[in-house]
Structures are given as structure tokens and as C-alpha cells.
Design a protein. Sequence first.
Length: 242
Amino acid sequence: MATPFAPENSLSALRAAILLGVDVVETDVRLSADGEVVLLHDDTVDRTLAGSGSVESLTLAEIRAMPMRVDAALPGDFGCERVPTLDEIFAIADGRIVVELEVKDTDAGVRTAEYLRDHDVEAFLLCDRAECDALRAVVPTAPIMSRPETPAEVAGELAYEPPPILVHIDPTDAFLAEVDAIHARGAKAYANAFLTADVEALGDGAIDGYRAMFEAGLDVVQTELPHYALMALGRLPDDAKP
């Protein structure tokens, strides 16, 4: 949940996304040493928390005892922020925003799929082929976003039953040619704007790149600048730039 408004993977970032009117928020799932799902991007806590060590070697209590490292440029006080759990995320998100959970290790993905099976919340799991297979072996109806490595692999990803909720593709002509097939299967097409529209927006403030991605048939665009993408969609005024 990286935004310019709050620390990544924090409850404050989740609240900021909801306030902006974002449709989907992305976070990452890993397992602690005691088998609890925690929302952390890296395999160590060194970059994002005031501590050190691998996530898999630390208990949930040990991880939760570490304050988040906060960029000094961020306004506000985030001293109370700790690494969230699934319960905490969905207590805020449920009914307000869809949660994308990127699988950072297979065991965490399986545990999260079981959580989603047992709770009525709006979410899906981003997984590569091996991870998606492992999730579906335990939870056959797990809501997944598959991530084919090449356009030729899209058809195989669409063969899942039930089909993926979304298919993660690169915003290239070859991948975009598969959008109709994705839609025909009842799935949505998803791509990152990090190296395209985000770069354009930061460089000269233009938001045309986001508009072009949606016009190409993409349903969901992942961005570090959600307010810019929302301006491109006409859901925020042009003067909403920070």
C-alpha cells in the first residue's frame, strides 16, 4: 500500500486510499516464525521497520514491537503504526475497498486463501503459476489474479476453473492483444503503470498515460500515484495534484 501520503503497507495508507476513492489497494503477505500472516513487502524488516532480521525468523509479537520507519518528508505522526494483520486490514477495508494480496511466499498465500475462504471480504491473491496451483489445490475457489510471463501463457491462465478474477499483464501491444480473451472469460485485465504513466506524470505532470492504458482495454491500473490516475478518469479535479 505505498502512497505519497503514508508509510507503505500501513493502515494509514489504506485509509488514505479509501479517502481518495481508490477501487483496489495492494499489499503483500508473508508468514512470521509462528505462522501468522503479516503484511510486509520485503523478506526482512530492515528497510521498513525499526529493527532487523528476516520475517520468517521473527514472531508476530516481535514484528509488531517494531515501529515503522517513516520518510521524514511525510507529513503527520505515524509513531503508532505497526505491521497490520489480515483482521486489521479487513476491519477497515470491508465494504469500502477491494484488497489485492500479493503472495510473497507460497505458505503465506495458502494461509491467506484459507482466511478469505472463511471470511466474507472483497479480496484476491496475486500469484505466479506455481503459487496459484498451490492455492487452488487447498482452496479450489480461491480468488486469484494470475501473472503469465508471456502473452502465449495467457490462454493457460484463463483455463483455471473458476477463472482468475484478474490477469496481470504487461502494458505492451502483445499482451494487450489478449485483453478480449481475458474479458471473454469473465476476468479483468490488470497492468502496472510504474514504468510508463507514473514516469510521465512525475516528469511533466501529464496524465495522458493513464487514460491511454484504460482506453487500451485495461480494467485496473496499479500506480504509485493514485490521485493522478483518478484525475485521468475524471474522478478527481485536475488541481488535486499535491
